[in-house]
Design a protein around this ligand. Structure first.
Ligand code: ADQ
Length: 493
């Protein structure tokens, strides 16, 4: 009899977890530094695991060889999927980022429902499915990530390839009144039902999914409550659950305590003349609410002029999706707002807003987290938002405060344990919350931050991987004596 741990994990995501660069000497490849890679690597390494994704570059023999060598070092195989320039335009920038991204974040007016995008999305999902079928075997577990690849399980089944497949959506799932606007709504909801397990960030996303399914797939029945519900459809059982993603807490906490990071944090504080620092860190994206946040800062200094020269707002924005015109327009809007607000309030020796448009190396980012007295995490909509969790993990002195948007997935978990929730559209409300935070008593701040850190420490990225995989394997686990599985320590083969 096959033992349960002969299962190999095959991860499929739009991008491979590496960053590639090319100079005159050829390609260089570096491991990705994200939490997802850190958490999944132990499950993949030396257990025959695979990761399938777009390499981020056109097909090239040197690149294939380099990825092969890199796989050997990583301890798991990386299988690139190559996309043409047209596919990158239509499937990635088009369908994924001009349709699904805005729609699922409630920005319907920004959607460009171009039929050519849909066709390209299907073609690329088929290509990913072909690569997955070629490199996987019946007993593998296929874990597909995110909105670019909602049709992968459907494509596999159409090809007659039976695999146990799970899907995790990193962004929100919208309510029926929004989802029903999607021209391909029936096909997408049915494609998601071809997975065996569909995971969402929050209960609300899961509930939205079930409501859309009720509206569009009348012959699907669901039962159960709690974290995971069961759905019966076409003689199959599909499960849908909420699994809030998290971060590698210890890596942020220990980096924040490292000598060089403490020193950099001190240098940041000195450069800003030991004024209180409020920090915003985001990819430059319209969902992150950066202009609204800047308006809240303007309102803060208008409503509470006594805080001028006592507080500095630092906004760090990482360049993102620069080929899409809306992102460039947003960059210009932000730069103009920063200039305007600084023009309005700057005094000799004090500039209210320090704005940086660049990606920071991890240690520098953590130094900013550590230096900041408050974090202002105010997306208009966000699947989870990892910055909120990273800030708390790095706040080893436990003296910081987290202001968090009600519309971030993280709010569901963090509001109960010490985050101050704000409505990002309510600029006066946000300004009021910051002003109160400024005068909040030290003991109260410590107690809130300690609770936040404790919660994120327990519910970290490893806990998230475990919960998803536990749910994924529940049926098989019933067949075996173990009642819990630690995927970090189990031997797969
Ligand atoms: P994102 O929309 O990218 O992720 P988020 O969860 O905040 O949003 O993650 C951003 C990451 O980028 C963080 O790890 C942060 O450290 C890093 N980052 C941001 N600005 C940076 C800068 N200037 N320099 C360097 N690094 C920077 C999507 C969803 C989220 C969900 C995640 C994970 O939109 O809602 O939380 O996936 O599921």
């Amino acid at each position: 009899m096959q033992n349960s741990f002969s299962v190999r994990l095959v991860v499929v995501s739009n991008r491979l977890p590496v960053s590639l660069a090319r100079d005159d000497k050829g390609w260089t490849v570096k491991a990705g530094a994200g939490g997802l890679v850190t958490a999944l690597a132990p499950v993949l390494m030396n257990r025959g695991g695979l990761w399938i994704g777009w390499a981020g570059a056109a097909a090239d023999a040197d690149l294939k060889k380099l990825l092969g060598d890199f796989s050997q070092d990583a301890g798991y195989d990386l299988h690139p999927v190559f996309l043409s320039q047209e596919e990158i335009g239509d499937y990635y920038h088009g369908f994924s980022n001009e349709i699904i991204w805005p729609l699922f974040h409630d920005f319907q007016a920004r959607c460009n429902f171009k039929p050519a995008y849909w066709r390209s999305y299907l073609d690329v999902n088929l290509r990913f499915a072909e690569v997955t079928a070629r490199h996987s075997r019946d007993s593998d577990y296929i874990w597909v990530h995110d909105y670019h690849l909602m049709h992968l399980a459907f494509m596999l089944r159409n090809m007659g390839v039976e695999r146990n497949c799970g899907f995790f959506l990193h962004i929100p799932f919208p309510s029926p009144d929004i989802f029903l606007k999607l021209p391909w709504r029936d096909k997408i909801i049915r494609a998601l039902l071809e997975y065996d397990l569909v995971g969402f960030q929050t209960h609300r996303d899961r509930r939205n999914f079930v409501e859309c399914m009720e509206a569009l797939v009348p012959d699907a029945r669901h039962s159960g409550r709690g974290n995971i519900v069961s759905i019966s459809w076409k003689n199959r059982t599909i499960r849908a659950g909420s699994f809030p993603i998290s971060i590698d807490f210890n890596s942020f906490a220990s980096m924040a305590a490292a000598k060089d990071v403490v020193k950099s944090a001190e240098e940041i504080r000195e450069a800003l003349r030991h004024r209180k620092i409020i920090l915003g860190v985001d990819r430059l994206d319209y969902t992150k609410g950066i202009p609204e946040r800047l308006e809240s800062i303007r309102q803060l200094f208008l409503s509470y002029p006594d805080l001028c020269e006592k507080l500095t707002f630092v906004q760090i924005a990482v360049p993102s999706r620069e080929v899409i015109p809306e992102y460039l327009a947003l960059k210009t809007e932000i730069e103009q707002l920063v200039g305007e607000i600084n023009g309005q309030f700057t005094r000799p020796g004090w500039i209210p807003i320090h704005y940086q448009y660049r990606s920071l190396p991890r240690r520098e980012l953590v130094a900013y987290y550590r230096a900041a007295d408050m974090a202002l995490v105010t997306p208009l909509r966000d699947g989870m938002n990892l910055v909120a969790k990273e800030y708390c993990a790095a706040n080893v002195t436990q003296s910081g405060m987290l202001f968090l948007s009600e519309f971030a997935g993280a709010a569901a978990q963090l509001q109960k344990v010490g985050a101050t929730l704000v409505n990002p559209h309510d600029v006066e409300g946000v300004a009021r919350a910051i002003q109160r935070g400024f005068y909040l008593d030290t003991r109260e701040r410590h107690s809130r931050m300690a609770k936040l850190r404790d919660s994120i420490r327990r519910n970290n990225i490893f806990w998230w991987v475990d919960s998803f995989l536990q749910a994924a394997f529940a049926r098989q686990l019933d067949d075996f004596p173990q009642d819990t599985v630690d995927f970090r320590t189990s031997t797969y083969e």
